[in-house]
Design a protein around this ligand. Structure first.
Ligand SMILES: [Zn+2]
Length: 97
């Protein structure tokens, strides 16, 4: 599920969305889209953050909304919980030590 990659034209906030390794097994973490939604011209995903190796994930679903703007770009509009989700995942990692 790599739909999330399509909206990464903007790189300025990438650092805050970077995920630390899994606190349990040290595996690579990734954003994982779990549901889709459609509302007018907005599209969105429900997603969580999940470890690719052991499958542990955040016990919460986050949301992001985006749409195609007049210039043909995919634009995040409305909800964008990527930073919030990344912070929760990364904090979890720190708490373990
Ligand atoms: Zn893991």
């Amino acid at each position: 599920m790599n739909e999330e990659k399509q909206i990464e034209g903007e790189n300025e906030n990438r650092a805050v969305r970077e995920l630390l390794p899994c606190p349990f097994c040290g595996g690579e973490a990734e954003y994982n889209a779990t549901s889709r939604k459609v509302s007018g011209d907005l599209r969105g995903f429900g997603f969580t953050i999940m470890c690719k190796r052991c499958g542990v994930k955040l016990p919460k679903t986050f949301e992001i909304d985006f749409r195609l703007n007049g210039k043909g770009e995919i634009e995040v509009e409305g909800k964008d919980a990527r930073e919030c989700a990344a912070r929760m995942w990364n904090t979890r990692t720190e708490n373990k030590q």
